[in-house]
Design a protein around this ligand. Structure first.
Ligand SMILES: [Zn+2]
Ligand SMILES: [Zn+2]
Length: 338
């Protein structure tokens, strides 16, 4: 995810200070915040499916302490006490250390952000990093994570490293990030396409940089190459290979270059390919669940082609549309033979 909200925008979810003097590593003056839902979600997960490194006696102690808090009458006091308790066990059971570990690789973030907050994402597609810039120039970062990620250290590490690189780029003057993505001559669908392509190109440069430096990240080279191929399938193979290689090995990518490539008007008449989050050509809603023509029934393809004459097999469609058209039989054949 990429975003830099307009100046003055506030983060609208419940945040509490984690620990007053908690710097993620020595020398970082950044403040550290957690959204209650994330901390509670992780602790509940750890106590219901304890990790091997969590002694069962500790789980019983946590449960006992939690039971006692129900006796607090005042709702605000009770909710504050619950948060303190959840946070204590979140840290005790390694949740905080799991977040701090990859952060050590990004000293610029520790120096430049005022607050780094972690909030809970309910769906995998909502996970990601955002930056909020206050009118005073103060910058705050928010990383959304699913609590289930805390069960898989290795996956959490890879996701965090990828998302922290997004934040690092947004803060790095050499990258030159700007939240302005709309070019004056572009309209709705073209803007969405630009944004999607930008996101993909940025991801290619991020995972390329991380993997080339011998660390683990979210996407593999094959995965990113596959996405890139789908998005730029209208280019010659040679051009695709050459451009991908340049992006993948670029150690100092620049926002302006990525944006220029994503918004090239010569390319914008081409459809977006089946990129995660791209709009479905039939219902135009963004989708993460694509189906290609090869996995559709011939009768479904026939129905779609009849209703959307401009639709081509390479465009694919969202799963929901395919399900709908699987059940909608053609009322009459496209060509009537009398
Ligand atoms: Zn990304
Ligand atoms: Zn659709």
């Amino acid at each position: 995810m990429l975003a830099e909200r307009a100046a003055g925008t506030t983060v609208r979810f419940r945040m509490r200070t984690a620990r007053s003097a908690s710097a993620p590593y020595p020398g970082a003056d950044m403040h550290w915040r957690y959204d209650e839902d994330l901390v509670e979600g992780v602790v509940n997960l750890y106590s219901s499916h304890p990790r091997k490194d969590i002694p069962s006696l500790q789980v019983s102690r946590f449960q006992l302490e939690r039971e006692r808090l129900y006796a607090i009458r005042d709702p605000d006091e009770r909710s504050a006490a619950f948060f303190t308790l959840f946070l204590k066990w979140f840290c005790e059971w390694g949740g905080e250390d799991r977040l701090k570990r990859p952060l050590k690789e990004f000293p610029l973030i520790g120096r430049s952000l005022n607050i780094l907050a972690f909030r809970r994402a309910l769906k995998g597609s909502d996970q990601g990093a955002e930056m909020f810039v206050h009118s005073s120039g103060e910058k705050n970062g928010v990383i959304a994570l699913q609590s289930e990620m805390f069960e898989q250290d290795e996956r959490l590490d890879r996701l965090l490293r990828h998302e922290l690189t997004h934040l690092n780029d947004m803060l790095d003057p050499a990258f030159g990030y700007s939240p302005e993505f709309t070019l004056p001559q572009q309209r709705g669908a073209q803007q969405r396409l630009t944004l999607m392509r930008y996101r993909l190109l940025w991801d290619v440069t991020i995972d390329g940089r991380i993997l080339n430096s011998g660390r683990a990240t979210l996407g593999t080279r094959e995965q990113r190459w596959g996405e890139f191929n789908r998005a730029y399938g209208f280019w010659s193979e040679e051009q695709r290979k050459e451009t991908f290689e340049k992006l993948w090995t670029d150690r100092n990518p620049k926002h302006e270059k990525l944006l220029a490539m994503a918004s090239d008007p010569r390319d914008l008449q081409h459809h977006s390919g089946m990129l995660p989050g791209a709009p479905c050509p039939l219902c135009t809603f963004p989708t993460f669940e694509w189906m290609d023509a090869a996995s559709m029934q011939p009768s479904t393809i026939e129905t779609i082609s009849a209703q959307f004459p401009k639709w081509t097999h390479e465009q694919g469609a969202c799963k929901r549309c395919v399900e709908i058209y699987e059940f909608t039989k053609l009322e009459q054949p496209a060509t009537l033979c009398i």
